[in-house]
Design a protein around this ligand. Structure first.
Ligand SMILES: [Zn+2]
Length: 266
């Protein structure tokens, strides 16, 4: 009997295992240093880890600061795009510091659990906004998907939620990555044509869009449009960081030093 061709998923897993081995080898060859203060010997030193943990312990509702997300969509942010969180996220995206994935994944998990309190009962698909094809070629991985997959592997996703590659880039354009998006003025972001994403989830699926940085909300608006066009429903969004200051924290039980049940330790 002829052997079956390997599926895309099995190839993905094989590539991930190979990259893990390369990363382990690189850790032996290259000195590790704190991504924030550059102290030697660890991906994130104890002091910087504590600061990051505090900055992400109070997820907040961020949609009110996203002018292009109209009509509004509930958006929960793990923290502000500043200081250690911004530094760690940039280190992951720009210099391939995948050793920060567990730390940033824990921040994202805390925000997911805070958001999940308002989700209706039943299954929910967590749909990462895909990185642009050019960025993926440059950095060989998709940061948001990497963080979500890490949360799934560690079993810290909210009950009933699973990760799905529900959005793909279409041929009509591509979303700009966060830093490039921030360089645009508001008018430039508004002028960007919609239609850059297409839906890849079953009709009727209830989705929560997950992205790294919330700036104006244009990316989430395009994600919602694409899901709707495919017959799915976006019930909310979760981002790792929001550029604008937080509104009121979501819960009082996630204060620093008193983590609630949804707070995941870094
Ligand atoms: Zn440090």
């Amino acid at each position: 009997m002829a052997a079956l061709p390997p599926s895309a998923r099995s190839l993905d897993l094989a590539a991930a295992r190979a990259l893990d081995r390369l990363a382990e080898a690189a850790e032996v060859l290259l000195p590790v240093e704190c991504a924030v203060c550059r102290a030697p010997g660890t991906a994130l030193c104890r002091a910087c880890r504590l600061v990051l943990r505090r900055s992400c312990a109070r997820p907040f509702e961020a949609s009110s600061a996203a002018p292009l997300l109209d009509p509004p969509l509930p958006v929960v942010a793990a923290g502000r795009y500043a200081h250690g969180l911004a530094t760690c996220l940039l280190a992951l995206k720009n210099t391939g510091r995948t050793d920060l994935v567990p730390v940033l994944g824990a921040c994202l998990a805390t925000a997911l659990h805070a958001a999940a309190r308002d989700w209706p009962p039943g299954p929910v698909l967590l749909v990462p906004v895909p990185t642009t094809p050019s960025a993926r070629r440059r950095r060989w991985f998709d940061p948001v998907r990497l963080l979500l997959d890490d949360c799934a592997r560690r079993g810290v996703l909210p009950a009933g939620a699973r990760v799905a590659r529900g959005l793909r880039h279409g041929a009509s354009g591509s979303l700009l990555p966060g830093p490039a998006q921030k360089r645009l003025g508001t008018a430039g972001r508004r002028a960007r044509p919609s239609g850059s994403l297409r839906c890849a989830v079953p009709r009727g699926a209830r989705c929560v869009v997950v992205d790294d940085v919330l700036t104006t909300g244009a990316t989430l608006a395009e994600a919602r449009r694409a899901l709707r066009a495919g017959g799915a429903e976006a019930i909310g969004a979760v981002v790792l960081a929001a550029v604008r200051p937080p509104a009121v924290p979501l819960t009082a039980d996630s204060l620093p030093g008193r983590p609630g049940p949804g707070v995941h330790h870094l």
